[in-house]
Design a protein around this ligand. Structure first.
Ligand SMILES: [Mg+2]
Length: 272
């Protein structure tokens, strides 16, 4: 018997083109996943409000992972079938908010303490216009990107040596820093891989058997997720280079960047 399939995907530079955030080239694969009732879970460094807006555009109704794995949102109608008994206080706007890291206020307290010793900035210290400049987003979209709940995007302006010391300091505060497509992200000690593992277990409950899981990504912050699945796909960057890791030597490398590469990789892997 064929195993049920579930798909996890990064957004920026993976399902969405890095330069224009467009995903129209992915439409054929998105339609195929919908027809075959294969769950597609969006996994990103983006915030819940940003991701929910995009998810509506995509017509997607599956769980989603925000802020690099710090927060999982499960739609309320799926809770019973995924075997989740959620505390009603954790449900907001028909989503169960499963916090896996630390709240942003706690992260900002630590970053404020470290600010005098290191040269860096984060969304908390930027205006909406500055966030728009850094991300290439419209001011409206940049405002949504600023609504972090469990992580802080950081621009590093100090030396690599200082970065190592900074990383050690964060560790002492039970925080970590991961590299995304445009920023570093300071967050609790969780990652995209932990969140994916949690959802794999939920779907095992749902299907009554371990699903065959696929993940697609392009950056170092996707590594934990890509290592956690049965089949990984890497989307190359615009200069033709791509994420490399010894643990991913069996990964499928998409022939194109962005949404077009995503489309090819999904269609290839679901029929393998
Ligand atoms: Mg990415």
């Amino acid at each position: 018997m064929k195993r049920p399939i579930i798909v996890f995907t990064d957004l920026d530079g993976t399902l969405l083109n890095h330069h224009d955030y467009d995903w129209s080239a992915a439409k054929p694969a998105l339609a195929t996943l919908r027809e075959r009732k294969i769950p597609l879970m969006l996994v990103s460094s983006k915030t819940d409000v940003e991701m929910l807006a995009l998810r509506r555009e995509l017509g997607n109704t599956d769980p989603l992972v925000c802020e690099n794995g710090s927060l999982i949102l499960i739609p309320e109608p799926l809770l019973a079938s995924l075997g989740i008994e959620a505390d009603p206080r954790s449900i907001s706007d028909q989503y169960y908010y499963d916090y896996r890291g630390l709240p942003r206020e706690q992260i900002l307290t630590v970053l404020n303490e470290l600010k005098p010793d290191y040269r860096f900035t984060g969304f908390a210290w930027m205006t909406v216009d500055e966030v728009a400049q850094y991300t290439g987003l419209s001011p409206e979209a940049a405002a949504l990107a600023g609504e972090r709940k469990a992580s802080e995007p950081v621009v590093w302006r100090d030396t690599p040596e200082a970065f190592t010391a900074f990383q050690d300091q964060l560790k002492q505060h039970k925080l970590r820093i991961v590299k995304g497509g445009r920023f570093y992200h300071v967050m609790g000690q969780c990652d995209k891989g932990d969140a994916v593992r949690s959802l794999q277990n939920r779907y095992q409950h749902h299907f009554g058997a371990a699903p065959f899981s696929i993940a697609l990504g392009d950056s170092p912050n996707d590594l934990d997720m890509l290592k956690q699945v049965d089949a990984a796909a890497i989307i190359p960057h615009s200069d033709g280079s791509h994420l490399e890791d010894p643990a991913l030597n069996k990964a499928h490398i998409a022939p194109k960047e962005g949404a077009a590469g995503w489309n090819e990789a999904v269609l290839t892997l679901i029929d393998r």
